[in-house]
Write a protein that binds this ligand. Sequence first.
Ligand SMILES: Cc1cc2nc3c(=O)[nH]c(=O)nc-3n(C[C@H](O)[C@H](O)[C@H](O)COP(=O)(O)OP(=O)(O)OC[C@H]3O[C@@H](n4cnc5c(N)ncnc54)[C@H](O)[C@@H]3O)c2cc1C
Length: 419
Amino acid sequence: MDRTTYLVIGAGVSGLAFANFIESDDYIILEQDQEIGGYCKTVQQDGFTWDYSGHFFHFRHKELEQYLLERMPDDEIKIVEKNTKIRYKDKLIDFPFQKNIHQLPQDEFIECLYDLYFLKEQEASNFKEMVYSRFGTGIAEKFLVPYNEKLYACDLSELDVNAMGRFFPYADLDDIIQNFRQADNRSYNSTFTYPSGGAISYVNALASEVREDGISRKEALISIDLKRKVATTSKREIAFEYLISSVPFPTLMKMTQVPHNPADFRSNKVLIFNLGFDKKGWSGVHWVYFPEREYSFYRVGLYDNIFDTDRMSLYVELGYPSDADVHTEEMLTQVLTDLKKAGIVEDHKLLSYHSIVLDPAYVHITQDSDQLVAEARQFLATRGVYSVGRYGGWTYCAIEDNILETRQLAQTFNKLHHL
Ligand SMILES: Cc1cc2nc3c(=O)[nH]c(=O)nc-3n(C[C@H](O)[C@H](O)[C@H](O)COP(=O)(O)OP(=O)(O)OC[C@H]3O[C@@H](n4cnc5c(N)ncnc54)[C@H](O)[C@@H]3O)c2cc1C
């Protein structure tokens, strides 16, 4: 039987970052795919560069950004001031909706402002109640509810109040009224970076520090015997001291046979179309939110305005319940029709396209799921198994968070071994 101190599952950002920061060379990374990168893969096709939906980067820890930059010398890094819009009744208004209600038709502006001013703030017990109680019926029903229902593909009262954490653009009455005069639409990702090679460039930067034979591709973890500390893969058995897993949490629960109820762990899935056209379309705007049901997608991004290129290059995102069937070809026709209706596609010719389903994409975070995940992760850690990353933690977070989390875990092991 093979043996290793650190058995890392997944060569996405989380798994690769762990290998960067662990001081020992005694690790194996298993990756079920041929390609590394997980959800941060990039597709190069017919002269277009596409990610698995737009993956943009915002670093709060500058030393981390620097660490990556030093390992990607050939990339030009675009630093972009975000310009995002909401398509609402044939108008484009600035994001976030709640701070830009003054851009609505006058009657709707008055409706939103009136509801906001005469709010009866109540303790909210779920996400849907939170948006009504913080922003009033107008803002809730014109944007926050329909948009998030399209994205999460569920009843928002099933989600925790804090389901989006720091990624939700909160604003109070003062912020909103101040914005009427002096626009301040800053958010966690007001400025973002993007490498000319796409998101995979950051992944490759991390991969450059991994031992040459450190990644075993096309090898999937199948099950874990927690007592013997042995993993069964599609190729062999591996005894481990520690196992660091970035597989989705419910899958890990199955693999370890820890008793659980799969219904406690829900998520949506997202169908993404990357579309390349023959000529330029809208300029300036980076992505557009679509709250209205008449559009099949909830968001459309324009890579060409990020890269500054001369042919329209879009990513289009559609949310689905996890058990729904996805009919990609049919949806492509629908998406192109809807893009024309929205005025994004005019007489453009589609030259190239690519599609992918990310499943899971957005976790349906509830108080129960948070608690169950925390308890189970604690238990697994006592058996040497650490569930990490966005899906290992069954949460909502960004790539930087994944790197920080696994760096910290690696540093904890490094310290242990110095004792
Ligand atoms: C639509 C969408 C848009 C996003 N946009 C952004 C953004 O703009 N900016 C940002 O910072 N973040 C964004 N994110 C989040 C980002 O994608 C994740 O935080 C990040 O990719 C998670 O990395 P990870 O390594 O934890 O997981 P993953 O990328 O899921 O990697 C896990 C790896 O494990 C492998 N694996 C799974 N099961 C097994 C198994 N049994 N055996 C072996 N290998 C296995 C997989 O193949 C994969 O390579 C977005 C997410 C989504 C869904």
